[in-house]
Write a protein that binds this ligand. Structure first.
Ligand code: NAG
Ligand code: NAG
Ligand code: NAG
Length: 249
């Protein structure tokens, strides 16, 4: 595939504020960086949509996107710094509503016993078990993961959130529990690793009008098959529903 040098982007990154530039150069290991546009840009309604389409079209060649939230313009990209650094972070370019999102990170080892596999998409590489049958309820899903030395999937980055949605749709195609609940205190959502859902995460994980604690007893979070492929996001549902689940090691 022919790549055209993405000069305008490289210029914008290097012209960003010193704080941003330092961070960028640190990630780039002090080497000269080249940013390449993979093909034509398009309009996306969100940065997630921009990332998903970039991966859909270019798979692992998509290592970055530039997204402009004002115009919706999404540019699929690839980053080369000599040896390619795989990182997942976003770098706001101050003074411009264009933002550069890196979408790669190092691939960790995966212990594949109990049918766990490495899923290397959307710039993240977790070691996952995708259920082949449904758990009776959220606690049952927790126990099943724990019996395999793992825990329910913690989608605490944008990349892991995208991956969860993608794997649920393409591998299970059913409602699926994620490791997030507010059982102890209504409205205080906590990941299975004990981290609270951050305000930043709250801005992108929920479906429109969720979480709504419908009937006052929706404390366990899932993605809903009924919403695919038009919308993706989380729903707070009942903990006692039978659902598929994803374990992470
Ligand atoms: C793992 O995969 C094998 C072969 O597909 C299957 O027989 C077995 O039930 C699976 N185990 C689990 C825990 O899903
Ligand atoms: C992989 O996981 C299994 C199940 O938890 C465990 O018994 C085994 O020791 C692990 N293997 C390695 C190499 O860590
Ligand atoms: C879950 O609990 C709710 C409220 O207690 C109840 O209405 C519903 O039937 C239960 N669902 C299942 C699958 O047990």
């Amino acid at each position: 595939m022919a790549l055209t040098l993405w000069l305008s982007l490289a210029f914008k990154v290097l012209g960003a504020s010193s704080e941003v530039r330092q961070f960028f150069l640190k990630q780039a290991s002090g080497q000269d960086c080249q940013t390449l546009q993979l093909g034509e840009s398009w309009i996306s309604h969100s940065v997630l949509d921009c990332q998903l389409k970039c991966f859909g079209r270019y798979s692992e060649n998509c290592q970055a996107v530039v997204y402009n939230s004002q115009t919706g313009i999404c540019r699929p990209g690839s980053i080369a710094f000599g040896p390619i650094e795989k990182v997942t972070t976003s770098i706001p370019e101050t003074g411009s509503s264009d933002k550069l999102y890196y979408v790669r990170q190092p691939i960790p080892p995966c212990n594949t016993s109990n049918n766990f596999s490495l899923y290397d998409v959307y710039g993240t590489s977790p070691c996952l078990y995708l259920s082949t049958s449904k758990a009776n309820n959220y606690n049952d899903a927790r126990t099943l993961c724990s019996q395999m030395n793992s825990r329910l999937f913690v989608a605490n980055t944008m990349a892991k959130f995208s991956l969860f949605w993608y794997t649920s749709e393409t591998h299970m195609n059913e409602d699926t529990f994620v490791g997030l609940q507010d059982i102890d205190a209504e409205g205080n959502f906590v990941w299975e690793n004990g981290e609270p859902l951050s305000p930043e995460q709250s801005q992108y994980v929920w479906l429109p009008s969720e979480p709504n604690d419908d009937y006052g007893d929706e404390d366990c979070v899932d993605v809903r098959h009924a919403d695919w492929p038009d919308e993706f996001g989380f729903n707070d549902g009942q903990c006692n529903e039978t659902r598929h689940y994803v374990c992470e090691r």
